[in-house]
Design a protein around this ligand. Sequence first.
Ligand SMILES: Cc1ncc(COP(=O)(O)O)c(C=O)c1O
Length: 404
Amino acid sequence: MENTRELIYFDNAATSWPKPERVYTFMTEFYRATGVNPGRSGFDLAIEAGSLLDRLRLRLTRFFGGDEDAPERLCFGYNATDALNLIIAGTLAQGDHVVTTNLEHNSVIRPINHLVRDGGVEATFLPFDGAGFIDPDGIAKAIRPNTKLVIVNHGSNVIGTIQPVKEIGRICRERGVTFAIDATQTAGVVPINMKEMNIDLLAFTGHKALMGATGIGGLCVGKHVHLRQTRFGGTGVDSIEPYHLEGYPWRMEFGTPNMLGVASLWAGQDWLDEQGVRNIHAYEMKLATKLVSGLRQIEGVRLYCCESLTNHLATFTLNIDGLDAADVGTMLDVDHNIATRTGLHCAPLVHMQLGTIDIHGGVRFSLGAFNNEEQVDVAIGAVAAIARWNAGRKRKGMVQAASA
Ligand SMILES: Cc1ncc(COP(=O)(O)O)c(C=O)c1O
C-alpha cells in the first residue's frame, strides 16, 4: 500500500485513486478480448461477456450479504445516484412519507425533494447528534402510519461517521417499513451484510472503495421487496414484448451495460478479496488517527465530529478559523501539492447543521488504501503552515487596526 507519486491525493471520497494495478490491466485485457454487447443467446463472445456480468451479480450479492439465491436482483446502472433514484421513485407514491437524515448526499435529498414538490410525498429529515450519528430512536419516533421508506447514508461523505444501520433496520423490520442504505462511501471499506443488518435495498457506486471505474454502480434489491418500475427501454431479450420486462435484472436495467465498468468491478473484487475489507479499513484508520491527532494540536484548526474515530471512515472535514474553506484548499493544492475537496460536498444539510455554509463549507480529507504515513506527516505540516500564516496575518491586522 504505497503511493510514490508526488501529488498527495486525499480525495478518495470523491473517487479512489489510483486503482489497484490489476484493475487497469484486467479492464484493458477484458475489453480488448471480450468488449462486445453481452447476450444470453448469441455468439460465443457475447455469451462470455454476459457470463462475467452474471458472475459479478452473484459475487456482489455475496459481498453485500444479499439473497444469494436471487443474484438477478443485483442490478447495474451508472452509479449510486442512478440507483438511489430508482429506489426512491420505485418505492414512494402520492400520500407516502419518507424518513431520512441531514447526512444525505444530494443524490438522496434531491430525488426526495422533487417528489415532495411535485408528487405529493412527505419527508422528514432527521438531524445527527453532536458526534455525527443518527439516533435509531429518532427514526422510530419519526415513522408514521404512511411511512413507506427509511433511507440512510451508511457512511457520511463529509464527516465520515458510520451509522448504526443494523439497529435502524431492526426498527424498520418491526414497523414494516422498507429500509434502504446509501452505501456509496462504505462499500469496499466496511463489511456489509444486508440480511444481518436488516437492509432491504442497497445502492452502491463502483468508483470509490470498490476500486472500479467511474460510470458503474447499482442496487441490490431484497427478495421480498417490491420496486415499482419507473424507467423503460431495451433489454436485449424478449424484444417482441411491448412493455419493459418485469422480471429481474431487466426490471432495473436499461440498455447496453457498461462492460468496461463490469470488468473493473470484477478485478476490484479480486483485489478486495486479497487485501480484506477489514484490513483496508484498519489501515486507513491508522493513517486517519495519525492525521487527526496531528491536526488537533494545531491552533485555529476546527475538526468536525471526530472526537472519537470509532465507527468512522478515514474521511473528515476541517476549517481554519477566519479562513474560507476554498482558500485553504487552494493553498494546500498550490503550495503543498495536496488534493483535498472543499465546499459543501453535495451534502448541504450537513453543512447547514455544522454552521459552515457562510464559510463555503469545509476542507475534506479522505484517505485511501494507497496513502501512507509520510503523506500524513506532510499534510499535518502543510495545515500547520497555513494556520501559522493565518495567525500572523490576523496579528498584523490587529496591530494595524490598533495603530490606525
Ligand atoms: C454518500 C454519497 N452518496 C451518493 C453519492 C453519489 O455517488 P455517484 O456520484 O457515484 O453517483 C456520493 C458521491 O460522492 C456520496 O458520497
